[in-house]
Design a protein around this ligand. Structure first.
Ligand code: NAG
Ligand code: NAG
Ligand code: NAG
Length: 363
């Protein structure tokens, strides 16, 4: 009984002062075609590489040698997470690569233990421990396996401690070669046309080309006027693509392409945030053959002032000219964003110091 006069009074006040209007808007205006979720991982100081097997994402945490299994939905949003000690806390789990010969199995590197291991991640259950299938010791004087990739019956591995590149036949491990590089081989990639092997050597700002048939190696300088510190390097449309990180105070927003005759073309980003980006890693869209899109990762890993960003780049059909750049600033800055992985529905990025796995998707 007492409430009624009070409500009438409130309605009356509202009707005479209401000039601020409130109306629902369509959800399209709320999220301009992309969402970002930063999935929390178990805490570690260094979350490095990332691969995906079925609906399980694997992340290597190097400082504590832990492999994290993250069960994700279609868009890469975590549903359940579990961590597994791989060897000892000091074994330095780093490299992760899918095996083509053994579908569903994953090659890992233990950088301090100097071992290459094939594991079954047991993707059917996030909480079941991965199983070891095969162990390979890195032949001496090779030391410090970092990147690993499977190419038919060979593994190609960068050896960060001894500054070498290793080729080893995983079916006959006495069949191997060690190629001497300069500090520090990081990524290894095979050219899709000339089939030569290339490695990025970050501290020397050089690229090494290896002819596996003759054993000949060639050092190629990164043009200092384009930038410095090649890190991310992958096989892609028409050749090898690599990023230039820059130094401790400046990025140059530049990445490179190596054609079949070793001619290098540098591409520089032009957008306000892209032009000084510190580019650490890159990935092509899974549909790059029809949409000409790639992703670049800018990272604060060596320059604390650099922004951590994912940059979507669209090329022309010949992959010679950038037609569009779209910059997405990672919500957690100074996370030393580390690696990218693109899937049909999303793009993942690991945040090295933030113990997070970012997913970027368009619902
Ligand atoms: C990260 O490193 C710091 C400094 O070395 C250490 O105190 C801390 O325990 C580490 N955190 C984790 C989660 O390992
Ligand atoms: C394994 O590789 C070594 C070194 O290349 C070679 O001599 C040997 O014949 C190979 N073994 C088999 C079974 O192919
Ligand atoms: C870092 O790179 C920038 C841009 O290339 C250059 O101007 C600067 O001199 C470099 N700094 C050092 C310490 O090499």
């Amino acid at each position: 009984m007492k409430l009624i006069p009070c409500l009438i009074a409130l309605l009356f006040i509202h009707s005479i002062v209401a000039e601020v209007t409130i109306t629902p808007i369509s959800s399209k205006n709320l999220s301009p075609n992309q969402n970002i979720v930063e999935n929390q991982l178990p805490l570690a100081n260094q979350s490095h590489e990332v691969v995906k097997v079925e609906d399980i994402v694997l992340v290597s945490q190097m400082d504590i040698s832990v492999l994290v299994k993250v069960q994700v939905d279609k868009y890469g949003v975590a549903q359940q997470v579990a961590g597994f000690q791989i060897a000892n806390p000091t074994s330095s789990l780093h490299g992760l690569a899918l095996s083509a010969k053994n579908p569903g199995m994953v090659w890992i590197t233990l950088e301090t233990d100097n071992k290459l291991v094939l594991i079954d991640p047991v993707a059917s259950s996030v909480t079941d421990a991965p199983k070891v299938i095969k162990e390979i010791d890195v032949p001496k004087p090779g030391n410090g396996p970092h990147y690993i990739g499977e190419y038919e019956t060979d593994l190609w591995v960068s050896l960060k401690e001894s500054d070498d590149v290793l080729r080893i036949n995983y079916e006959n491990t006495t069949d191997y070669n060690i190629y001497k590089g300069v500090p520090n081989p990081i990524f290894v990639a095979q050219h899709p046309i000339n089939k030569m092997i290339y490695t990025s050597e970050d501290m020397s700002s050089k690229l090494m080309k290896i002819n596996p048939a003759t054993g000949e190696t060639t050092q190629i300088d990164v043009d200092p006027s384009a930038g410095s510190t090649p890190v991310g390097m992958i096989s892609g449309p028409n050749g090898i693509w690599f990023t230039l990180l820059g130094n401790a105070t400046a990025g140059t927003g530049t990445f490179g392409f190596i054609d079949q005759d070793d001619k290098i073309v540098y591409h520089k980003l032009k957008s306000d945030l892209g032009k000084d980006a510190a580019l650490l890693h890159l990935a092509f869209d899974v549909a790059y053959e029809t949409n000409y899109k790639m992703y670049l990762l800018s990272s604060s890993i060596t320059n604390p002032k650099a922004l951590d960003m994912v940059i979507k780049v669209t090329f022309n059909e010949q992959w010679t000219t950038i037609k569009d750049e779209e910059v997405i600033v990672i919500p957690t800055q100074q996370c030393k964003a580390h690696r990218l992985l693109s899937t049909q529905f999303n793009v993942f990025a690991t945040e090295l110091t933030a113990s997070k796995l970012l997913t970027l998707f368009s619902p």
